[in-house]
Design a protein. Sequence first.
Length: 229
Amino acid sequence: MKTVIVTGAAGNMGKAVVNRFLAEGFRVIGTVDPNDNGKKVVENSRFEQMEVDLKNEAVTHKFVADVIVKYQHIDAAVLTVGGFAMGKIKDTKTSDIAQQYQLNFETAYNIAKPVFAQMMKQKNGRIFMVGSRSGLDVATGKGMVGYSLAKSLIFRLAEIMNEEAKGNNVVTNVIVPSTIDTAPNRAAMPNADFDTWVKPEAIANAIHFYCTEDAAAIREPVIKIYNHA
């Protein structure tokens, strides 16, 4: 049975990914923040829910080490944890940038590092991190300085990991969604055209596809999921 780690399993995207991989017969280890209310994300015998503070490097590395001891193999890791904040340059302090760096980069790097090391030992595996359009294209990043800077590092990290992994079947992809169709986003933008947004399930389907044999030869690191946006 294949094993996938999904961080942010209680979030809209995370839960959709959890359900998609469970439907395909994977064993899923989902992380939730220790400050969450502890509600089980999903009831399934192949789902394990773990409280992990991904901002804590030592705690995160121990979590991955425990998974490796228990299952010996990590086939995929989908890292959905992050946070968003607005802020133009004139309003953004270095502490604001540091907060976004921690939420969007450290939470990904802390788990990607040991997972990547394990996959290199296995000589196979897929890692998916979540970028943003503002991190990919500087023209869309104005008004969200800290967020855009932090997300831009996700792309650079993926490039470095893919360079290190050349010759091995280990690939790091960056998912770049347009506006995700969630209840909070609908409430925040009630006049938007929801049909142009991308559903969490569509993102989950794309991620799963890149874990199949049909996608084994694809090495495109950036996966844009924009729907009609």
